[in-house]
Ligand binder design. Sequence first.
Ligand code: CA
Length: 238
Amino acid sequence: MNTSSAPAHTAARTVLVVEDEASLASTLSYNLRKNGFNVVSASDGLEGLQVARRDRPDVIVLDLMLPKMDGLEVCRRIRADSDVPILMLTAKSEEFDKVVGLEMGADDYLTKPFSMRELMARVRALLRRAGGREAVDDASKITIGEIVLDLRGRSVHRAGREVLLKPKEFDLLFFIAKNAGQVFSREQLLENVWGYDFFGGSRTVDVHIRWLREKLEETPAQPRHILTVRGVGYKFVK
Ligand code: CA
């Protein structure tokens, strides 16, 4: 997968900031604009969802604790029809379950307080990954036995029936299927599919592998395509 092709000088990207703390919201907007981004903002969860649907931002910075609708619910609803990268903001004092965040579709998270430099780095990393994903859509199809991956439509069929995959499940499947026969460690998969600074850790990979097996393997407990290589990681075989 070509992950280095995201052009650096395309038109300004739009960031949606959903944050109810007015001073933090304005600091975020100010710094994002200073770094060349367009910024749209919302101060509660419902408004955030509306703006996300209306303005189709390139990336969303989403606070966890918000009036009207919390960040996880906003995240879950956005994921129903969009792959837009989402960076969650959480406070140290808040209980934030990373696995729940992952299941709701967050791509990364930052704990308050954080530096603006850190935030910019995370936003840029998310945009780079999303750029790599778009490039992939120009290719066509991968067929493995009865499994067909349509890269353009980002859809998967098994024995003629569509299998609904979450965006990261698709990215992971595409990566291992494209490199069929090659063994990858969990760290390598994290780096290539999620990006090296992803928060979820290696358990994230195991969870997604399990979901993929449940959706794609005839007998998930005895997989034929998505194999565990003991002590190393995973590989895909045709
Ligand atoms: Ca808040």
